[in-house]
Ligand binder design. Structure first.
Ligand SMILES: [Zn+2]
Length: 420
């Protein structure tokens, strides 16, 4: 006797503890929501001796600011701050020292402002403070000598960790299936907006919507699993995108972009593969621009890891590139059915994001935000569904062809995946 009562009491205490702790978790979550800081407006106040950049905030976050060289920038690191203002408000602020500025989520729980400078500047102030109008972020910069800027930037580079972007939580739960994995990589994200359309359309948003539609179409086909390198508006370094493809043993990597050109009549989709030498000047320009994505978020561009000399590595890379080209040609022939193909649709250049030596990789430029026709297509859900469907069919054809080859390795391995 008594044992039952004790067990009942223990159970009741356990349930009570559960209730208390889940109540605490809810309270903590509510507290977090309450203390979540937003930035509501941004503006520049030109003063005689300095440039002042102000953001009106809803709270007072800790602020860390430092200079970065080549090109000269000021990085302002913050905890999670939600920028509830136009994404392109800082594109041309018309200040003599601040050329432009960007802001947004940089990594989980972290936001960042990147200020592009017209010349060397020193940080007079970078802090959050309570002003008569409420809390605000204040960054004050003044011109300085090139030598002083270079010295402080070099000192910061030594102090900052080599790769300031923390590793991300990729990788959907490993499924118990042997279906091949396709990794779709929506370009840009967070404070790296990519190209912009004339009515404020942002490449980072257009490509994310397309990537989600493509995921849905591929999954509906049932031949492959799909992983997006990013599924929200978040910055992701180029190397991280490649790492996600390799670590998930991807059978195919498709990076999705949408460019702009000064020539507004140029339109249509282009598929790029990686090559040492660019196929043409336009491809070289594109690769150069896309390879600057890390820089847009304030990361230093890194030189290529020198993976040379190993014969197995070379053979794998050669084979991977041949598969990438096969898929590139196949994808274009599928896209012809949705119309809107660039005059020269298969190109190549030294894209960093396509450099996984063992994962067939292409970069799909959906079209040009600078072309009215492309812009109408890219922002139409109906077009997006059809284009994603055709892309998914090309992916399915490629995957089927590869698994056929894997089952019969002696058979002809030159067959590209082609529409039936
Ligand atoms: Zn892009």
């Amino acid at each position: 006797m008594g044992g039952m009562a004790l067990r009942a009491l223990a159970t009741r205490l356990f349930l009570l503890a559960l209730a208390v702790s889940s109540g605490l978790a809810q309270a903590a979550a509510a507290e977090e929501r309450r203390t979540e800081i937003s930035a509501l407006t941004a503006r520049i106040e030109p003063l005689p001796d300095r440039s002042r950049l102000l953001f009106d905030l809803t709270g007072l976050p800790p602020v860390t600011a430092y200079p970065v060289a080549n090109p000269p920038r000021i990085i302002v690191d913050l905890p999670l701050v939600l920028f509830r203002l136009e994404a392109n408000a800082g594109l041309s602020p018309g200040d003599k020292l601040i050329k432009s500025y960007r802001y947004g989520i940089f990594a989980p729980g972290r936001s960042r402002v990147v200020i592009d400078l017209t010349g060397p500047a020193k940080i007079l102030k970078a802090d959050s403070e309570v002003a008569p109008g409420g809390p605000r972020l204040v960054i004050e910069l003044a011109p300085t000598s090139a030598a002083y800027f270079a010295a402080t930037a070099a000192e910061e580079a030594r102090r900052q960790p080599a790769d300031p972007a923390p590793t991300l939580p990729p990788v959907a739960a490993k499924l118990s299936t042997d279906k091949p994995m396709v990794v779709i990589d929506p370009g840009h994200g967070g404070l790296d907006m990519g190209a912009t359309g004339k009515h404020g359309e942002l490449e980072k948003d257009v490509v994310l919507e397309f990537a989600r539609a493509l995921r849905q179409k591929i999954e509906a086909g049932g031949r492959a699993r799909v992983l997006l390198t990013r599924d929200h508006d978040m910055f992701l370094p180029l190397a991280e995108r490649v790492r996600i493809a390799r670590e998930n043993n991807a059978s195919l990597f498709v990076s999705v972009h949408a460019d702009t050109l000064a020539a507004a009549h140029v339109e249509g989709a282009t598929v790029y593969t990686v090559s040492e030498r660019a196929s043409d000047a336009e491809a070289a320009r594109m690769a150069e621009k896309e390879n600057l994505a890390d820089q847009a978020a304030g990361l230093e561009s890194k030189a290529d890891a020198g993976e040379v000399g190993d014969i197995l590595f070379e053979l794998t890379r050669r084979e991977t590139r041949s598969y990438s080209r096969q898929f590139s040609h196949s994808l274009i022939s599928f896209w012809k059915e949705v119309g809107a193909i660039n005059k020269n649709p298969n190109r190549s250049a030294g894209f960093v994001v396509l450099k996984a030596f063992d994962v067939p990789s292409v970069l799909l430029e959906l079209g040009y935000l600078s072309s009215d026709k492309d812009l109408a297509r890219l922002t139409s859900q109906e077009w997006r569904e059809r284009a994603a469907q055709k892309t998914a069919e090309a992916v399915d054809a490629f995957i089927s062809e590869r698994s056929r080859e894997a089952r019969a390795p002696a058979a002809d391995s030159s067959g590209a995946a082609r529409p039936q």
